[in-house]
Write a protein that binds this ligand. Structure first.
Ligand code: CA
Length: 219
């Protein structure tokens, strides 16, 4: 997933960024309401992690203006405000879920997965495509019943493809899943990961659509 974190607390921001990257997600981190507002306008993120107490304004106001513009990006509010009325206000403003500080990073990851499943309308976490079986929640992959180990970056490339079997994703769209802002892009990275994935999952599992991108066939 490509995530946007709007959070001014350096310790929380650092911990969340490190944990998300370790899971193979790309995370863009901004520290103010204004930068958050610019970031949500400029990029497609799979989800936004939003702190409410920002130095230059209220995260709730940012969320309200986002929804008022018709932006439906999933928003998970992370905040120290534990009063009931604040939680209700957050949900009323259009938050999809809520996480109170301090939280365990594992819980944040689990909530993100739940959010992704809910919004993706995916009933099952188990995908079976030919000889390949993928459990998306645990990232367990088997080929003909034999377990296969994928790196975090290989998973980052594979996940959006298996999330929408039959849909073609461009190299640029897959690069978006590998790199955050300011990270230098290795022009071969997507090809290299696809090459490794094909070696592990079978050469026909990911198809090249010439001039367009890559796709995983439906089951
Ligand atoms: Ca804050």
């Amino acid at each position: 997933m490509r995530l946007l974190l709007i959070e001014d607390d350096p310790m929380v921001g650092e911990a969340v960024s490190v944990a998300m990257r370790a899971e193979g997600h790309v995370i863009d981190w901004v520290r103010s309401r204004e930068d958050g507002d610019t970031a949500v306008r400029g990029h497609d993120h799979d989800a936004v992690l939003l702190d409410l107490g920002l130095p230059d304004g209220d995260g709730l106001a940012l969320l309200r203006s986002l929804r008022a513009r018709g932006n439906h990006v999933p928003v998970l509010v992370i905040t120290a405000r534990d009063a009931l009325d604040q939680r209700v206000a957050g949900l009323d403003a259009g938050a999809d879920d809520y996480l109170l500080k301090p939280f365990a990073v594992d819980e944040l990851l689990a909530r993100l997965r739940a959010l992704q499943r809910r919004l993706g309308g995916r009933a099952s976490e188990r995908l079976e495509i030919g000889a390949v079986v993928i459990e998306t929640a645990t990232r367990q992959v088997t080929v003909n019943g034999d377990p296969v180990t994928l790196s975090a970056r290989e998973w980052a490339v594979l996940e959006p493809l298996v999330a929408r079997p039959g849909a073609v994703l461009s190299r640029a769209q897959l690069e978006d899943r590998l790199y955050g802002w300011g990270e230098s892009v290795n022009s071969n990275a997507v090809e290299v990961h696809i090459h490794h994935l094909r070696r592990k999952l079978g050469s026909a599992f990911i198809r090249t659509v010439r001039g367009v991108g890559y796709m995983v066939a439906g089951s």
